[in-house]
Design a protein around this ligand. Sequence first.
Ligand code: PLP
Length: 330
Amino acid sequence: MRAAMLAAPLGDDVFGDDPSVNALQAKIAELLGFEAALFVPTGTQSNFCAILAHCQRGDEYIVGQMAHCYRWEGGGAAVFGSVQPQPLDHQPDGSLALADIEAAIKPDDAHFARTRLLALENTLGGKLLPMDYMEQATRLAAQRGLARHLDGARLFNAAVAQAAQRGTGALDEARRIAQCFDSVSVCFSKGLGAPVGSALCGSRELIARAHRVRKMAGGGMRQAGMLAAAASHALAHHIDRLAEDHALARRLAEGLAGIDALKVEAPQTNLLFVDLMGEAQARSAELLAHLKQQGVLATGLYRLRFATHLDVDAAGVDRAIGAIRSFFAH
Ligand SMILES: *Cc1c(COP(=O)(O)O)cnc(C)c1O
């Protein structure tokens, strides 16, 4: 990846003439079946550009309580865009119930914000949303005149997991999921392993609007081709290998089975959630410090999150299992 970054031809992307950025944008748009794409520094900015490209002041978007573009982005769409979120509780599988979506769509009445957009996320907290659900939810949104946005920061994790279930290819599944939506944001800097960058995909018209928002957000980058080259390298080399991350998350889950203090949730992709039970909760900070000292990073407090990724191998996972087991052995 670093060699690809060094070799990248550069221009000035603020003038749209960085060949490496243009190649990346064309590639991701084509992979996911859209007319156009926009390279942005972060997934947060990508969602922000999408929401503001779809919505005007006084509009609202329907979104899950735990969705990144509601809960974890500082309320940016509301703060800077005057677009209000309408959050809904998730079902246990991560979906938003169709009846809840339907009930949240406001009539055209001066009392209400104008419901404009349904924003879903896949994977959500490492959970793969079922394909038939994605189709039903986005069909409902379209029937009710809403635009549809996917926060696909981890779209390729979803695609790889879905491809394993269906015996198909990951790129086919990524496109199948993406095509339910009017816009899709993907992160190159998560499981795909690039240092920086996300892309927003959509129609030419939508991406032109998003481009203007990116400018307002200060997201125009000049000789950004070095970063785009890293993302292109990730697309070419790091998608199918996500299956290894998923297998290692399962290995970690299996390695932690049988520890009384822990409730381990079976992982569907690369994120493993482990609840500390009973008295173990009081030892949370101590556990995290112990793990950190052993070179194992986890986040959370009573509900720990472990992420497998391309810099973690089976030996690393086994080391993590050993560190956790030794902690609870005394
Ligand atoms: C990480 C993440 C983002 C935001 O990406 P940043 O590059 O950290 O801003 C958005 N959505 C989801 C689902 C994410 O996991």
